[in-house]
Design a protein around this ligand. Structure first.
Ligand code: AMP
Ligand code: MG
Length: 565
């Protein structure tokens, strides 16, 4: 189907690029000349692109939905919007990138909204495929993401900046290339929240409302309605996914497959994310090992903080082991391994909380298959998959031990805890945080229930047998703590360092969305500020660390989310 071509030639300034890409001020200090970095306006940045320098793009320059072959990307200009307004900004990421908040800086906001393209940029959308809900889905690609290029931060780190929701691309299929405010706000807030929880993730620099309406059928019930459109500028060292490799293997484009693997090897080396020997005949096996390892660590973190991605399709899996593509994700409130926030998946529950480690492994199998033409040794692929299994097991157990303030842990003891948490409908975040206050010499195990009951959603339904099981568990817990001999205060600090007080509870995000849709940005600002220090006790913000209120139990946007975005 022919999709409306992006408006071309839109505000392409013909001015010369600013020379101040990486402004350095020579400042004498103790007689030594040091180089100080000055933060730059977005419109002053110098843009590079290793990806487009290295690979040839799609020869077809018109923007219409199509199957693209033998290339990794298509050049695409963002489609302009009517009245861009900056409503979200990550000061922390801006400082990392060395860029200034575009307060009254119209030129920079125009770049973040896709209305302006710097002459050095070579914007593109990339081609990838993927397995969705267990089935090969063919070509997917950046249907609404456009990479502007790369910038080099003051720490000489290379970052890719990408606009999500900036208009149609050759990969948009039947959709419009746009994004609505509610889903963009969720991506913006959660990317930053995950970063501060120490969970590997892509980041979000800005959130712009476009001034244009986008029509979406929120509940997929035949009631489409116009909603405010928005664009997130997301940032990552790379947005390469499993699906970038899968599409090449699926289409038999083996030369390109090898080139892309080579590119990734060099990229990881250059960014000091790995150190591969380029001449190693097993270099692609080692690359797979690294992807398996980083994916295992990622999923262990999700299980640690109670994050449910919701759409772990292989096109949503980063080869850097980052959380990517925030859609109908959710935060576990009552502990329930079968819970998924994604209404599209409510029957099969493929992407439920407890299934995430298994799904990641299944996804890695698909990636291993894609790598087969480069390795041609099934046993070697199994070796990589074993790395996933071992790393996940080890990291998960380490993290769960840390959550409990223990040095080590037996699986059966953990299994019993998970059963108890589930049976007593216990808030995952509140329970683990509360452990920081438990005294190891406490012998009043009958008091345990009273003590943890603030974390129960239905304390009145925790019957006698369950109380007894909890008491037995707590007794063993206290014995383990005593055996370890770590003073209460030290243990308390350690527990607090890995068990967040503040997470982006589903209803909190939903409240901020409703406020923003009514023009009140205070909710976004508050959440951004508080989620920056999720492990701190902030007495004035304690209402954000409370159990999900009853009204949110089944409210749309709070416990159940569709893929509509
Ligand atoms: P997701 O479920 O968000 O991972 O998206 C799956 C695929 O659909 C990706 O190729 C997306 O780029 C594409 N897609 C999702 N929403 C849109 C949209 N509004 N316009 C164009 N492509 C989209
Ligand atoms: Mg996606």
């Amino acid at each position: 189907m022919l999709i409306k071509a992006a408006k071309k030639g839109k505000k392409h300034p013909k001015r010369t690029p600013s020379a101040a890409y990486f402004a350095r001020v020579e400042a004498p200090m103790n007689g030594i000349s040091v180089k100080m970095n000055k933060n730059l306006r977005i419109c002053e940045l110098k843009w590079e692109s290793r990806f487009t320098d290295r690979f040839l793009g799609d020869p077809e320059k018109e923007i219409f939905s199509r199957q693209v072959r033998n290339v990794l990307y298509s050049n695409v200009l963002p489609t302009g919007v009517s009245a861009p307004q900056l409503i979200g900004w990550s000061d922390d990421l801006a400082a990392t990138l060395g860029v200034l908040r575009p307060q009254e800086d119209v030129a920079s906001i125009e770049i973040l909204s896709g209305n302006r393209v710097h002459p050095e940029m070579k914007p593109y959308s990339s081609r990838y495929g993927g397995h969705q809900f267990g089935q090969w889905a063919g070509q997917l690609g950046d249907g609404r993401a456009i990479t502007l290029g790369e910038i080099i931060s003051p720490h000489f780190k290379r970052w890719e900046l990408q606009l999500k929701g900036a208009g149609a691309t050759p990969y948009s299929r039947r959709a419009d290339g746009r994004a609505v405010l509610r889903s963009s706000l969720r991506e913006f807030l959660c990317s930053e929240a995950m970063h501060f929880l120490n969970v590997p993730t892509t980041r979000a620099l800005s959130l712009v409302v476009t001034g244009d309406l986008v029509v979406r059928d929120l509940f997929y019930d035949g009631n489409p309605r116009p909603e405010p459109g928005a664009i997130v500028c997301r940032v990552s060292p790379s947005f390469l996914r499993f699906g970038h490799f899968e599409i090449l293997a699926n289409q038999g484009e083996e030369v390109l497959l090898k080139d892309l693997a080579q590119f990734l090897v060099e990229f990881l080396n250059e960014n000091q994310l790995a150190s591969f020997e380029l001449s190693d005949p097993d270099v692609y096996g080692k690359l797979l090992d690294e992807i398996c390892r980083s994916t295992a660590v990622l999923v262990a973190h999700w299980m640690r903080v109670g994050f449910v991605h919701g759409v772990m399709n292989t096109d949503n899996m980063s080869v850097l082991g980052l959380t990517i593509d925030y859609g109908p994700y959710g935060w576990l409130e009552p502990y329930d391994p079968d819970w998924t926030p994604n209404t599209t998946d409510s029957q099969a529950r493929r992407y439920r909380f407890g299934n995430q480690p298994g799904v990641a492994q299944w996804n890695l199998m698909r990636l291993c298959e894609a790598f087969f033409p480069l390795i041609r040794d099934e046993q070697r692929l199994y070796q990589s998959l074993k790395i996933y299994e071992d790393t996940f097991q080890q990291t998960h157990m380490e993290m769960m031990s840390q959550k409990l303030g223990l040095c080590s842990l037996e699986q059966k003891y953990l299994d019993e805890l998970f059963q108890l948490l589930r049976m007593a409908e216990t808030d995952y975040t509140l329970f683990f945080r509360a452990l920081s206050d438990w005294k190891m010499d406490s012998t009043h195990f009958e008091k345990w229930i009273e003590w943890i009951s603030p974390a129960f959603y239905k304390p009145e339904s925790v019957g006698h047998d369950l109380r007894m099981r909890w008491a037995a568990w707590a007794k063993e817990y206290s014995q383990m703590l005593r055996f370890q001999g770590v003073p209460d205060l030290d243990r308390s600090l350690r527990i607090k360092a890995v068990n967040p007080k503040y997470v982006l509870r589903n209803y909190l995000a939903q409240n901020a969305i409703q406020q923003a849709e009514n023009g009140d940005l205070s909710g976004i600002e508050r959440l951004l500020r508080v989620l920056k220090t999720p492990y701190e006790d902030l007495p004035s913000e304690s209402d954000l660390a409370e159990k999900r209120p009853d009204w949110a139990r089944n409210a749309p946007g709070c416990s159940a989310l569709s893929c509509s975005s």
